[in-house]
Design a protein around this ligand. Structure first.
Ligand code: SAH
Length: 253
């Protein structure tokens, strides 16, 4: 910007004054520019932006394609399902501790397991291992109703309160042993197990509808994610990938 000097002074002094004023003007502009850059950089990132980044970097890049699953993960505030001191890390590419030696699964694993259920919107789904309630919240937006069983009392209680207050109305949480399933609510269109049993629990296969799908990790130290499709004449079992989950325990363990 050119600055004009209105004073009646010698040409030399005027040139000097012009130079000084232009210099001050440049310094002012430079300060203004750096201030805006700094304040932009310090603008807090919203959880929605973090979820968007999580979906792009961790799910889409690893071939998660189900648009409804992606939408559900974008709409769910994962930071509210982890302990407050870990909320900054909620959208990172990994599992996190949720207390009682349990973990909330890595976002990619939640998306992968949910996608494998191929939910369309009218299904009844059973979840074993409510934990933080995050997986149940994701499912609740993709099907008709979610029945979730948790064996640790404090986790069942806090997940129930959280899901209720956050308005996930089609989720029912029960304190109990997932190995028994939920016979009164069976059969289910989908079953998702988020702790690893050493073998596929028979009760759960029985409580699956014909045409239903079950996703679960199986194994003790070495675990594999399995997809089970129950057909009229046979139960098909497919191995998806290697995984690491907390063990599915028995009440007396
Ligand atoms: N789905 C959870 C992840 C939970 S981790 C989430 O989104 O946060 C696995 C959970 O399974 C733990 O909370 C653990 O207490 C629970 N669990 C282990 N054995 C179980 C059993 N037999 N029945 C029900 N829940 C069980």
């Amino acid at each position: 910007m050119l600055v004009r000097c209105p004073l009646d002074i010698s040409p030399k002094a005027r040139d000097l004054l012009y130079a000084l004023m232009n210099f001050l003007n440049s310094v002012f502009c430079a300060c203004l520019f750096s201030f805006s850059v700094v304040s932009y950089a310090q603008k807090p990132v919203s959880w929605q932006e973090k979820a968007k980044q999580m979906v792009e970097d961790q799910l889409v890049s690893r071939s998660i394609k189900d648009e409804r699953v992606i939408e559900s993960m974008l709409n769910t505030p994962r930071h509210l399902f982890v302990p407050e001191n870990l909320s900054e890390k909620a959208y990172r590419d990994g599992p996190l501790p949720i207390g009682n030696g349990q973990t909330i699964s890595q976002p990619y694993i939640v998306a992968l397991m949910t996608s494998l259920l191929e939910l369309k919107g009218n299904e009844k789904v059973l979840e074993i291992g409510t934990g933080s309630g995050y997986q149940a919240a994701i499912l609740s937006q993709l099907c008709d109703s979610v029945f979730s069983i948790e064996i640790v009392e404090s986790l069942a209680k806090s997940a129930k309160i959280k899901l209720d207050t956050m308005g996930y109305k089609n989720v029912v949480v029960k304190l109990g042993d997932g190995y028994q399933g939920w016979a009164e609510k069976a059969p289910f269109d989908g079953i998702i197990v988020t702790a690893s049993p050493p073998e596929i629990p028979k009760n759960l296969v029985e409580q699956l509808k014909i045409g239903g799908r079950m996703v679960l990790p199986v194994g003790k130290t070495s675990q594999e994610l399995k997809l089970i499709i129950k057909e009229e004449s046979e139960v098909k079992i497919e191995t998806i990938t290697g995984v690491r989950f907390v063990p599915m325990v028995h009440p007396k363990d």
